[in-house]
Design a protein around this ligand. Structure first.
Ligand SMILES: [Fe+2]
Length: 228
């Protein structure tokens, strides 16, 4: 009798286990991707060719690097979408791609802000709202400039960014390490300067100060002022 009861218990246990596995599988069906493939296009900045202080070689190489960020941002978004559809979102591969995403995405965006705020020939408009706000926050425009240049002169690879932070209403010069560490949450980039070595080594070797000088001579202040 004991053997019969034991056999029944084992059979019942197996049946429950099988049911649980099937139910779990049914609860997590594979989902079809409803999203289109990521298709951000690289913008064309070839109008900057010929800009004083920047050789064609440096600019063309820099455009190629930027295009790589656009390509990789699309590739990561597509891969994450595919892995989600394949029920592979709880894997280390998915986690590492998620970690990588902001590096590529911010790399793409910061380059766009950077190239877009170059190519200008006019000085800053002293009557603009931005100029007045800079003077209000930093005392004088030159004092702000000194702070921005000091930020961009820091050792390391990254960006100097003048941000406008809407909750506090403050203008802040900040260092962004690589592309994704140091950005201020929800703040708007107003002026962006690339200080990765690829931005200047071709023309200026290690002389970052000379590059920053050339950058300031080519700022498109109209674009910068309109961002504020
Ligand atoms: Fe760059």
């Amino acid at each position: 009798m004991k053997r019969v009861i034991y056999t029944l218990v084992v059979l019942l246990g197996s049946a429950l286990l099988t049911f649980a596995v099937i139910t779990q599988a049914e609860e997590k069906p594979q989902t079809e991707s409803a999203l289109p493939a990521a298709s951000m296009q690289a913008k064309d900045f070839s109008h900057l060719i010929g800009m004083h202080g920047f050789s064609d070689t440096l600019l063309n190489d820099h455009f190629k690097l930027y295009q790589g960020y656009v390509k990789n941002t699309n590739a990561i978004l597509d891969r994450l979408d595919a892995m989600l559809s394949e029920n592979r979102s709880r894997t280390v591969e998915y986690a590492e791609l998620e970690r990588r995403l902001s590096w590529e995405f911010d790399g793409m965006l910061l380059h766009e802000y950077y190239f877009e705020n170059m190519g200008g020939k006019e000085p800053v408009d002293v009557k603009s709202a931005l100029y007045k706000k800079i003077a209000e926050e930093f005392g004088t425009f030159d004092r702000w400039k000194e702070d921005f240049i000091s930020t961009g002169s820091m050792r390391g690879i990254g960006w100097a960014v003048l941000y406008w932070e809407p909750r506090t209403g403050k203008l802040i010069n900040t260092w962004v390490d690589e592309h994704d560490k140091g950005n201020i949450v929800a703040a708007k980039p107003i002026l962006v300067m690339d200080v990765f070595e690829h931005a200047y080594m071709t023309d200026y070797r290690l002389d970052r100060a000379k590059y920053i000088e050339a950058f300031f001579k080519n700022i498109d202040w109209k674009t910068v002022q309109d961002r504020f």
